[in-house]
Ligand binder design. Sequence first.
Ligand code: ATP
Ligand code: MG
Length: 283
Amino acid sequence: MLRLAIQSKGRLNEESTALLREIGIDIDDSRRKFLAQAPNFPLEVLYMRDDDIPQVVSSGTAGLGIVGLNEVEERGFDVKVEKKLGFGGCRISLAVPKAVDYDGPQWFQGKRIATSYPGILKRWLQENDIQARIEVITGSVEIAPAADIADAIFDIVSSGGTLVSNGLREVEQVIFSEAVLISSGQLSAEEQATLDEILFRIDSAMVSRRKKYILMNLPEASVEEACRILPAMRSPTVMPLAAKGWCSMHSVVDEADLWDKIRQLKAIGAEGILVLNIDKIIP
Ligand code: ATP
Ligand code: MG
């Protein structure tokens, strides 16, 4: 039975279970156990701390895992990144006290840097030919400069608000991370088939998340122009209306372009425009 390790609690837990639900894998986590079986899919879910996920996947204890790319890079275990999942986005950056006159990476020469990510930091320092002292701290790294434990920090940043409220300034963005699906790279044929099915469903869910279904009433004279505005998967669906000279047009648009398309469609006479969410897209 294929096992998937996910974070038991924390920032990635909710979206990991939501993703499983979205692809039709229902895990009963009402009575949170260490291990839960999907009733409708050949998958077992193993709940654990995110730090441990790369290791259990690389050792094959779990064939799959969902974890931040930052943990994968930090731990250095041999795992295969199967898919970027589009949530849990953050970066790991170097930050210095606001008042520091920062003039580039060489500023870190001989400095003390506090971090929970010594592996990634060590590599960056080597690449930039910098000798610095790494102070490993597991929590509240951002208070280290004020407490005079370090001259700078290397930590996770998402909005940057925590840095500002601790009087720090982000100066180097070292890695960008998001949640990823990883595998041991050594699955049996049966487990690989399960993984392929999971990847297929994730692709379909991720595509449909960014798309909207749009339908409208349109003067027949505008159909050609509307097809230019709305290039659908094959081509838009056009259906006659009882009212003479009018039709109904249906299509799928990228959410990012939605308001621009609506403006163009209104300009060529579209009326009664409806925009609907799409549950799944199977190309
Ligand atoms: P655990 O108890 O499982 O070890 P944790 O405290 O190490 O949890 P969380 O804070 O829950 O970890 O973060 C999990 C992951 O979420 C991080 O490794 C990172 O990939 C991602 N993440 C996204 N945004 C942030 C953020 N602003 N701060 C911390 N992590 C973030
Ligand atoms: Mg952790």
